[in-house]
Design a protein around this ligand. Structure first.
Ligand code: NDP
Length: 342
């Protein structure tokens, strides 16, 4: 689209994901543009505004966020705030007449997710959760193989998403802001992939959490989580996620006829796909090199095109809510030491 016809977004919260990934993605997008900023740090915001050609009058504070209602160039918001703020700012944006593109995890509870869905429905605004992997080329290639039954019957999914999370003062280590530890932050990628690649919903969950009692980073949140999801067909997902493992990000989906692997999976770039199957009676492993992909632009353009066509996004609020139901069940299972039925 010519720049004037692109969907205008407010970027709400100018932290790492917004500044390092999404603002550059806006610059590469053909369907979206940044028209306003919302930040608690005016100096930083003005600097970024100058860099992206955003007028000073379009730089807002959290207190005057609701003035976005009168900012006609802004049709949607991209919310990149700490998890506990997603619900409040989604509701406020919808009430200001804006469509909402919200970072994962959608919120800190099922109840908050429902409030967000209800507020957007009431205001007749779209709500999309930023599940970038669902727009990524290698993930989409796997989905195609699954649907064409190239893997046979799906049997098992095994995945890990770990990162070494340092600063104990970061919001990610505060339960009230983060909602939990690695599970809602990075373990959610394993959970979401198990669901969207299989096309099934889990019916039973077993969860276990652990934290080193002497590590100040884990006073409020878990350090590591393990979970098993059981699906109606007999397919199972076994996942681990921690804030103390070094950047292990992989998935393996095993069917009766073949397996596929992403290693790394869930990274911003450099995702690699391998397929293992029998060829002439012998085990064969093939690496499939796909054209380099741009998940951030893909998800952003999808949201912008949905706004233009008034079409429901591929990863709507209900997708975020379903993951939150499973996350709550994993924590419940870990607390009670028994499987939880969904
Ligand atoms: P950061 O801590 O880097 O940024 C969060 C920003 O939120 C801050 O810079 C600040 O912006 C604003 N903010 C407002 N109130 C607070 C507060 N009380 N404490 C801290 N920050 C506050 O976080 P990330 O960018 O890493 O994460 C933001 C969101 O994006 C999270 O929900 C996270 O899960 C998600 N995310 C998604 C990723 C993906 O790949 N899809 C990757 C990384 C994060 P300002 O100074 O402008 O007010």
């Amino acid at each position: 689209d010519p720049p004037g016809e692109r969907v205008g977004f407010a970027v709400v919260g100018l932290g790492r994901i917004a500044v390092n990934e999404m603002l550059p993605a806006f610059a590469r997008s053909k369907h979206a543009r940044v028209t306003s900023l919302v930040s608690g740090d005016r100096d930083k915001a003005l600097k970024i505004a100058r860099q992206y050609g955003i007028p000073e009058q379009a730089v807002f504070d959290y207190r005057d966020h609701d003035r976005l209602a009168d900012h006609k160039a802004t049709q949607a918001v991209y919310i990149a705030l700490p998890n506990s703020m997603h619900a409040e700012y989604t509701v406020r944006a919808a009430q200001a007449g804006k469509h909402v593109f919200c970072e994962k995890p959608m919120a800190n509870s099922v109840a908050e997710c429902q409030q967000m869905i209800d507020a957007c429905a009431k205001a007749q605004r779209l709500l999309m959760i930023a599940y970038r992997s669902q727009y990524e080329a290698n993930d989409r290639a796997i989905l195609k193989m699954v649907r064409a039954r190239r893997l046979g019957t799906l049997r098992e999914f095994i995945s890990s998403n770990c990162q070494n999370q340092g600063d104990p003062d970061q919001w990610r280590h505060k339960k009230a802001l983060a909602g939990g530890g690695p599970l809602p932050d990075v373990g959610i990628y394993c959970l979401n992939a198990a669901r969207f690649l299989s096309g099934e919903e889990p019916v039973e969950v077993i969860g276990h959490t652990w934290a080193n009692p002497n590590d100040p980073r884990f006073r409020e949140i878990e350090e590591a989580v393990h979970f098993i999801l059981r699906f109606p067909s007999g397919f199972t997902a076994t996942c681990t996620s921690s804030y103390s493992g070094h950047n292990a990000k992989f998935l393996r989906l095993i069917g009766s006829e073949a397996w596929v692997e992403l290693d790394p999976a869930y990274s911003y770039s450099g995702i690699r796909l391998r397929v293992g199957r029998l060829v002439d009676g012998k085990d064969s492993v093939q690496e499939i090199a796909l054209e380099s992909d741009d998940q951030f632009v893909k998800e952003l353009d999808h949201m912008a095109q949905c706004v233009k066509a008034n079409r429901r996004p591929h990863t709507p609020g209900e997708e975020g809510l379903q993951d939150m139901r499973v996350i709550e069940a994993i924590y419940q299972s870990a607390r009670e030491g028994r499987p939880v039925t969904l």
